[in-house]
Design a protein around this ligand. Structure first.
Ligand SMILES: Nc1nc2c(ncn2[C@@H]2O[C@H](COP(=O)(O)OP(=O)(O)OP(=O)(O)O)[C@@H](O)[C@H]2O)c(=O)[nH]1
Ligand SMILES: [Zn+2]
Length: 209
């Protein structure tokens, strides 16, 4: 992956295995060799020989959102359309990493917008989620960044984002709460109105049968 330019693949939100930045991979890997030794491991034992490189590549994948322009992704599929009801995309899987411990947090995002002359290709909404999630994050900022990107790019009548995530730093270590879920939300425009917001919350909690 080039860290200096956005290829078509990067704009599409993908990183291909042959696109890792080799210079960064080898730099990160050499640090991980030290880290393994500092943990009391033997970095030269067979099972760990390729681990620093694997971790380096995994980390590049898990943070590859930094160099993708989320607004450009949305603009790539905006269509003029005379539809002015709420569009809701719910249950979008989210995998991110907390910036405090670099441990995963994961869960679901539910997103709605009310068009203002333009709709956006539906797949672009989960892509925007991924672009901001594949960075070191806190859930609150992730929620706001998704909202702001959609609002500023699509200029809809309103945007709503709700995220429900589990944080591994609260489950595997620290306070060790296995079942707690953190909910964050961010709204603009029409969703600041109680009736519209309630309609959105009703739609994301409704189950299809
Ligand atoms: N607000 C917010 N906090 C987060 C998020 N992810 C992790 N944290 C918290 O970041 C905080 C960091 O607190 P510190 O006291 O500096 O770190 P710590 O000693 O490792 O804290 P403990 O996790 O309580 O052991 C912890 O309370 C984490 O639960 C997030 O997405 N949003
Ligand atoms: Zn954390």
């Amino acid at each position: 992956m080039s860290h200096n330019s956005s290829t078509k693949e990067e704009i599409d939100g993908y990183i291909k295995v042959d696109q890792y930045n080799e210079e960064h991979v080898s730099r990160i890997a050499s640090h991980y060799t030290d880290i393994l030794a500092s943990l009391g491991e033997d970095p030269s034992r067979e099972g760990l020989l390729k681990t620093p490189e694997r971790v380096a590549k995994a980390l590049q994948f898990l943070t590859h959102g930094y160099n993708i322009d989320a607004a450009a992704v949305l603009k790539g599929a905006m269509f003029e359309e005379d539809y002015s009801q709420m569009v809701v995309v719910k249950d979008i899987e989210v995998y991110s990493m907390c910036e405090h411990h670099m441990l995963p947090f994961f869960g679901k995002a539910h997103i709605a917008y009310i068009p203002n002359g333009h709709i956006v290709g539906l797949s672009k909404i989960p892509r925007v989620v991924d672009i901001f999630a594949r960075r070191l994050q806190v859930q609150e900022r992730l929620t706001n960044e998704i909202r702001d990107c959609i609002q500023e790019t699509l200029n809809p009548v309103g945007v709503a984002v709700v995220m429900e995530c589990k944080h591994m730093c609260m489950a595997m270590r620290g306070v060790q709460k296995q079942n707690s879920v953190t909910t964050t939300s961010a709204f603009t425009g029409a969703f600041e109105n109680d009736v519209t917001r309630s309609e959105f919350l009703r739609l994301i909690t409704a189950t299809l049968s």
